[in-house]
Design a protein around this ligand. Structure first.
Ligand code: FAD
Length: 478
């Protein structure tokens, strides 16, 4: 028997249905499913209702109605988050922002674009491209994640090394506060030191302080030259030397610098049936790097070729190939983008999204590998990711065995393995969440990563803005 819904809650749900109409209330189980299942398929939301308001005024009205009834809200964008931040527990209302999908203004002279929270990241990129500009945020989920989710998680991705993370791309925000007020902070100023910069409170807050409904984003000129190279490197330290060389040789034109282990190539062949090995000899590690320049011509290619020749000479690289066409570029990127898919195919992989100072990545990988081998000798770590900014996705495939008992034993060790990996990260002055956030998944680890003073300050900020804990409760803070 299901729990009876209190009358105030029932009255609130009826008022919400009146307010939003059929387009704004999703009640069919089949239509609800994509909003309820978490991105990796590990958890399911069980909200009282799933709402999709179409305007900022509707969002504000929903907040006021639910607050009056004491019902908590869980904001949601594209539902691609990887830490359970958009999971809605029983008794809460899931508020999907996908219908707030208008591009309000593009100003090519100001290099700005004002968009609503539900606009898909790829749509923002395309709109910038249409006026010969670029929005420099790019990540694997860009075809389905939303700008509101990107800003609420302060997303990173492959361009952070050059342009910074999502926070760095924002000039202004519009936010519905937990009491239903609309804060219009959609300024488009490059300089503004009039008191506290309030937008930064909401960026990376994972929906715990308010609902981002729109943002004014900063755009940059579109590059005219792009070079993409796959480079075989003997070890991670050599890769860092290569990064330094490329940055210096090109006038800091490296926009992406991703590391992958051999598992990217072997795993693609074995688990995805994709035979894509662009270099002649196997190597333990590969770098996928991209450099861009603002002027047309061959200068960048010549620079990259020269720097790679020097790197081969210096033993920083053992082989390299430069993409000669758009197709080849895509084929190289496929190696990197296939890694999350391989993880899903292997099944039951453990994931860690961590960062350490760039110079310490080699030490981190070596020590984490040892810690994992001590706990589970057959486990197969395959660290990969954004080496250029120190962010490694330290993922671990289960032992190579078909025995379900081995798989269960590996998964049972998951919490201990995570703790051991995070121990190494913290010992190296790193972060246990580089770009995905804390959500519900890493909440219990937060106290190890931040000092008691920092946690107290965060909790006090939360109390000031959301004294009744109605905005995404149970996320980030205990
Ligand atoms: P959701 O998953 O819907 O929500 C994420 C969090 O933001 C939740 O806490 C939610 O409550 C909150 N939220 C959403 N919208 C709002 C809003 N309008 N106002 C307030 N709070 C809101 N992340 C990276 O940083 N870098 C990567 O390279 C990367 N690669 C990925 C690759 C794949 C294949 C996948 C599946 C995910 C990847 N992610 C990556 C994680 C994810 O895509 C990002 O966290 C993304 O920013 C989430 O956006 P979303 O719209 O899907 O947000």
């Amino acid at each position: 028997m299901s729990t009876p819904v209190p009358q105030t809650v029932q009255a609130c749900l009826a008022a919400l249905a009146d307010l939003l109409g059929p387009a704004g209330v999703i009640s069919e189980a089949e239509a609800q499913a994509p909003y309820l299942m978490e991105a990796r398929g590990n958890a399911v939301s069980t909200p009282l209702a799933l709402l999709r308001p179409g305007t900022v005024e509707e969002v504000a009205a929903v907040v006021r109605l639910t607050a009056a009834a004491g019902i908590a809200l869980v904001p949601q964008g594209g539902n691609t988050g990887l830490v359970g931040g958009a999971l809605a527990a029983a008794g809460t209302v899931l508020l999907n922002l996908g219908r707030l999908n208008r591009i309000r203004e593009v100003d090519a002279l100001d290099h700005t674009m004002t968009v609503e929270a539900g606009v898909i990241l790829a749509t923002v990129q395309q709109a910038a491209n249409d006026v010969d500009l670029m929005f420099p945020l790019s990540l694997g989920a860009e075809g389905s994640c939303t700008i509101g989710g990107n800003l609420s998680t302060n997303a990173g991705g492959i361009l952070t090394l050059r342009y910074g993370n999502a926070r760095a791309q924002v000039l202004g925000l519009e936010v519905v506060l937990p009491d239903g007020q609309i804060w219009n902070g959609l300024r488009r100023l490059r300089k503004d030191n009039t008191g506290y910069d309030l937008k930064h409170l909401f960026l990376g807050a994972e929906g715990t302080l308010g609902i981002i409904t729109a943002a004014t984003l900063s755009l940059v000129p579109r590059p005219r030259q792009m070079e993409t190279a796959l480079v075989a490197v003997p070890d991670v330290t050599a890769a860092l030397r290569l990064l330094k060389r490329l940055r210096q040789a090109s006038g800091d034109a490296v926009s992406a610098f991703e590391i992958m282990p051999r598992f990217a190539i072997d795993g693609a062949a074995r688990y995805l049936g994709e035979h894509n090995d662009p270099l002649s000899e196997p190597s333990p590690w590969y770098i996928l790097t991209e450099l861009t320049a603002g002027t047309p011509g061959d200068a960048l290619r010549e620079t990259v070729e020269g720097a790679l020749a020097e790197a081969l000479e210096a033993g920083e690289a053992t082989d390299a190939t430069l993409a000669a066409s758009g197709d080849q570029r895509q084929k190289l990127w496929r190696l990197r983008e296939g890694l999350p898919e391989i993880g899903r195919k292997v099944g039951g992989a453990l994931h860690h999204d961590v960062a350490v100072p760039v110079s310490r990545v080699p030490q981190f990988i070596e020590r984490a590998n040892r810690a994992v081998a001590d706990l589970c000798p057959g486990a197969r770590p395959y660290p990969f990711g954004h080496l250029g900014d120190g962010n490694i996705h330290y993922n671990i495939a289960r032992p190579d065995s078909d025995d379900p008992a081995d798989r269960a034993a590996f998964l049972a060790l998951g919490p201990r393995i995570m703790r051991a990996v995070h121990d190494v990260v913290l010992d190296l002055d790193g972060s246990i969440s580089a770009e995905h956030g804390i959500g519900s998944k890493k909440r219990d680890e937060l106290a190890r990563a931040r000092s008691p003073l920092e946690i107290t300050l965060m909790a006090e900020l939360k109390r000031v803005l959301d004294p009744r804990d109605l905005m995404n409760p149970g996320k980030i803070l205990p």
